[in-house]
Design a protein. Structure first.
Length: 274
């Protein structure tokens, strides 16, 4: 793949021929074709067949193709993995719902594909570090709706601030040097809500976001990528360090520049490179 940063992940239900056809033109960093929650129980088998037929046309060197399979505690996963074999060569990663260390182990024993671990349970959040550190895991995604449902089941009916859980996922992903994908904004056609969600999620440190509609892609890409102000600051930092005497301290915008500051500036500029 030539897309280095997974900023936008577009969810596409595998049961819809129309949505699969439209997804061919999507500008997302990754397409996540869904065999799980986005597909009714009665349509699972049909959805697998539609995905296998569509997979060659969904393959694009500019983006990744992910397949969200069903969880390990369901009767559907074995059939999903049969469909995966039929689409060999087109899938870049499997998205595993209800990810825990044991669930990732189970899937890794049965597939050589990288795993995007979808953490959406209290157990998954508690073991986020171990999940992210698994050698098969290439990214971690937060399933906020399922997590909040579990909180409600435990009596947390008013729970809406999941920043603690999200921070654990971001920290675990950073420790493993892999992408952390934030949950979706479920209201479509509400740019203010999308902007607010992106601001909160980028502030926590997420590297990308799940999108449920193509109209969300461009705003999310802009929000999660470096802003013009960040790029300008990074260039000033790098220039100041290059011009500084070898043994002398330097500052930019009134703040001292040391090695971690320079490293951050270089990370920002790396994301603007062609």
């Amino acid at each position: 793949m030539t897309t280095p940063f997974t900023r936008t992940v577009l969810a596409v239900p595998a049961s819809s021929e129309r949505f699969l056809a439209k997804a061919r033109r999507a500008t997302a960093s990754a397409l996540m074709v869904d065999l799980e929650d986005g597909v009714a129980e009665s349509a699972k088998e049909t959805a697998r067949g539609l995905f296998v037929r569509a997979a060659p046309e969904l393959t694009d060197r500019r983006r990744r193709l992910w397949l969200r399979v069903n969880a390990v505690n369901t009767p559907h996963l074995d059939a999903d993995l049969t469909a995966v074999k039929a689409a060999t060569g087109h899938i870049d990663a499997l998205v595993l719902p209800k990810a825990t260390p044991a669930a990732v182990d189970w899937l890794a024993d049965r597939s050589n594909l990288p795993v995007v671990a979808l953490i959406e349970s209290a157990e998954g959040v508690e073991h986020a570090w171990s999940v992210a550190a698994h050698p098969s895991v290439c990214a971690v995604m937060f399933g906020e709706l399922d997590y909040r449902s579990e909180l409600a089941g435990g009596g947390g009916l008013h729970a809406h601030d999941t920043s603690w859980a999200q921070a654990r996922i971001v920290n675990a992903s950073a420790g493993a040097a892999i992408a952390s994908i934030a949950g979706p904004t479920t209201t479509v056609g509400d740019p203010e809500r999308l902007q607010a969600d992106c601001a909160r999620q980028t502030a926590l440190g997420f590297t990308g976001k799940l999108c449920i509609h193509p109209t969300q892609l461009d705003p999310v890409e802009a929000a999660f990528g470096p802003s013009p102000g960040m790029v300008a600051w990074a260039r000033r930092v790098v220039h100041a360090v290059q011009e500084a005497p070898e043994t002398g301290a330097t500052s930019v915008d009134g703040s001292m520049v040391d090695r971690p500051v320079l490293d951050r500036a270089q990370h920002i500029l790396a994301e603007t490179a062609p």
